[in-house]
Design a protein around this ligand. Structure first.
Ligand code: COI
Length: 357
């Protein structure tokens, strides 16, 4: 499909930030966005790259009432030689379509998803920050825009992609975050939408997140929705626990997100001499292992969060500290290797990076 590039008037071009240490996460957006529409009977149509601007939407649109919405997150990096790469974009395209299927939204071809993003990122390449720990965050999104109050899948969708130059997701940067294991609220149940990347999962996590913040924690770690015993994920990250040289993570059981960074860690770690295992992690057993000093490190993985070390874990008022509040050796090694591949400093033996031009 041809993607039209609409002109960007000089007065609509924004000032590019100069101080990359102040970027934060998702607060600043580039000059252009990709927009493709889907209509019943017509399919994907009217693909265009246009100036970034607010939408005018009917207040009755399905997305506002019944939350028919999905999104993705991936990143672009500018290498020291000026080349621009995306990290495993086809994985995001596949997951986007899995989310679309769960939310009864139309499938988009992997080719259109990836090529559209490549064209947009190529046009916006001057926005890609290059300081250590920075990147261009890419947010593909699909929303239902038919103005009708009946509860049924929409007949009209917007697929759009916006870009945001970002630094670290957590304000503390690459430093340990403290996590509260949530034993009251649940994020997902078997058969629900936990595996889909849909806004509702994040909306329903806000209350637990706020309550955890009040207690001094950065994030909540969700337990399974049936027994509240098995570790699932932190909303913005999958979780890993190290037992010496063995790293364990919860299996993809249908109610946690199938993280691209999670998959990358599972493939990368064995090449660095670590054993990996996907297995159910029971919270009482984990706490006992932490008390006994068997759990040597914990970290989260996510596109926004990259590899984030965990400092304290609190469950039912018991607080246990890992690695003395420092970044553990395995966490550091995985962070350095993954970001090294993404930024072109280390060779990519996996075929993960995709050049934009
Ligand atoms: C991502 O890591 O890309 C996400 O979508 C998580 C979000 C909470 C920022």
């Amino acid at each position: 499909m041809d993607i039209k590039v609409l002109s960007l008037p000089a007065e609509k071009m924004k000032q590019k930030t100069r101080d990359e240490s102040q970027l934060g996460f998702g607060k600043l957006f580039t000059d252009r966005m990709l927009m493709i529409e889907w209509k019943t009977g017509q399919g994907w149509c009217d693909a265009r790259i246009e100036p970034y601007a607010p939408f005018v939407l009917d207040p009755a649109c399905t997305v506002f009432h019944y939350a028919q919405e999905i999104f993705e997150g991936l990143k672009a990096y500018k290498w020291p030689d000026g080349r621009v790469v995306l990290f495993r974009p086809e994985m995001n395209a596949r997951r986007f379509n899995q989310s679309a299927d769960r939310l009864c939204m139309p499938d988009i071809s992997e080719e259109l998803f990836v090529d559209g993003i490549k064209q947009l990122v190529a046009l916006e390449r001057d926005w890609i920050p290059t300081a250590s720990g920075t990147s261009l965050y890419i947010r593909p999104t699909m929303i239902a825009v038919e103005p009708v109050l009946g509860v049924h899948p929409s007949n009209h969708y917007y697929f759009y992609v916006i870009l945001s130059p970002v630094g670290a997701y957590y304000a503390a940067g690459f430093n340990p975050v403290n996590i509260l294991v949530e034993d009251h609220y649940v994020r997902a149940v078997p058969g629900g939408t936990g595996e889909a990347k849909t806004g509702g999962n994040y909306a329903s996590s806000l209350k637990a997140g706020l309550e955890a913040k009040k207690k001094g924690y950065d994030q909540v770690l969700w337990l399974d929705g049936r027994e509240r015993r098995y570790i699932e994920e932190v909303g913005a990250m999958n979780m890993f626990f190290a037992y010496g040289k063995k790293i364990v993570t919860a299996p993809l059981n249908g109610s946690i997100l199938s993280g691209v960074t999670r998959d990358s860690v599972l493939k990368l770690a064995p090449t660095l001499g670590y054993e990996v295992e996907e297995c159910p992690i029971e919270i009482n057993a984990l706490m006992a292992d932490m008390r006994a000093g068997k759990v040597t490190e914990a970290f989260g993985s996510g596109t926004a969060a990259v590899i984030t070390p965990v400092g304290k874990l609190c469950y039912k008022d018991e607080v246990l500290q890992l690695t003395g509040g420092k970044v553990g050796e395995i966490t550091q090694k995985l962070y350095d290797t993954l970001t090294g591949i993404q930024t072109g400093k280390l060779e990519d033996h996996f075929g993960w990076v995709k050049f934009v031009e």
